[in-house]
Write a protein that binds this ligand. Structure first.
Ligand SMILES: [Zn+2]
Ligand SMILES: [Zn+2]
Length: 172
C-alpha cells in the first residue's frame, strides 16, 4: 500500500491512519491468507514522524521435520522513524534499514518495511510441535505416530569408519 503523505508533509494533519488489506507474497513455501488486515498510523510530532503498523497473518506451511501441515497466525507489529528522501545518507539507511522508512516524493510504500519485518521476524522453520521427532530415517513414517518397527540403533556410515578405527586401537 502506497500512502500519500502529502497532507502530513504540508502540515495539514499530524496523523494519517492506515487501514488496508494486504495480499502478502508467499515466503519460501509458506502461504499467507490474502485477507490480512493491516492497521497503523503515521504520526508527526513537530517534524519527527513515526510509522506504526500491525498485522495478523494467517499462514499455512509444513513442518520442517515431519512435513505435517502446519498453520497458525503470525502477529507482526513494528515502528519505524519516517524520513524524507535525502535526509539520511545511504550508509545511514543501510545501517538502520530496520529503523527508518523513506518517503519518496510525497509517497510512502508501507508494504516494503512490512515485508522486511516479516522476513526478519517470521520463523525460519515451522514445526508442528517444538519436540517434533521428525520422520523415521529408514521408512519415512512420522515418529510421533508411534514405533514404526525399524531397528533404532543404526550407526551412521561415516561414524562406522571411526568405530572400526577405535575398535582396532583397542585391540592393541
Ligand atoms: Zn513435525
Ligand atoms: Zn521406520
Amino acid at each position: 500500500m502506497v500512502i500519500d503523505a502529502g497532507p502530513l508533509l504540508r502540515g495539514e494533519v499530524n496523523r494519517l491512519d492506515i487501514d488496508y488489506m494486504l495480499s502478502a507474497e508467499p515466503l519460501d513455501g509458506i502461504f499467507f491468507d490474502s485477507d490480512a488486515h493491516v492497521s497503523g498510523v503515521i504520526t508527526d510530532n513537530a517534524g519527527y514522524m513515526r510509522l506504526s503498523l500491525k498485522v495478523n497473518l494467517k499462514y499455512r506451511g509444513e513442518c520442517a521435520r515431519c512435513l505435517a501441515p502446519v498453520n497458525g497466525v503470525f502477529s507482526l507489529a513494528f515502528e519505524r522513524t519516517v524520513v524524507t528522501e535525502g535526509t539520511l545518507t545511504d550508509e545511514q539507511l543501510d545501517e538502520g534499514f530496520d529503523e527508518y522508512v523513506v518517503i519518496k516524493g510525497i509517497y510512502l510504500d508501507v508494504d516494503e518495511p512490512l515485508r522486511e519485518e516479516l522476513l526478519l521476524g517470521f520463523p525460519n522453520k515451522l514445526l508442528c510441535s517444538d519436540d517434533c521427532q521428525g520422520l523415521c530415517p529408514k521408512c519415512g513414517k512420522p515418529l510421533k505416530d508411534g514405533d514404526c518397527g525399524c531397528p533404532k540403533k543404526e550407526i551412521d556410515p561415516r561414524l562406522a569408519i571411526l568405530k572400526t578405527y577405535f575398535d582396532k586401537k583397542e585391540e592393541k
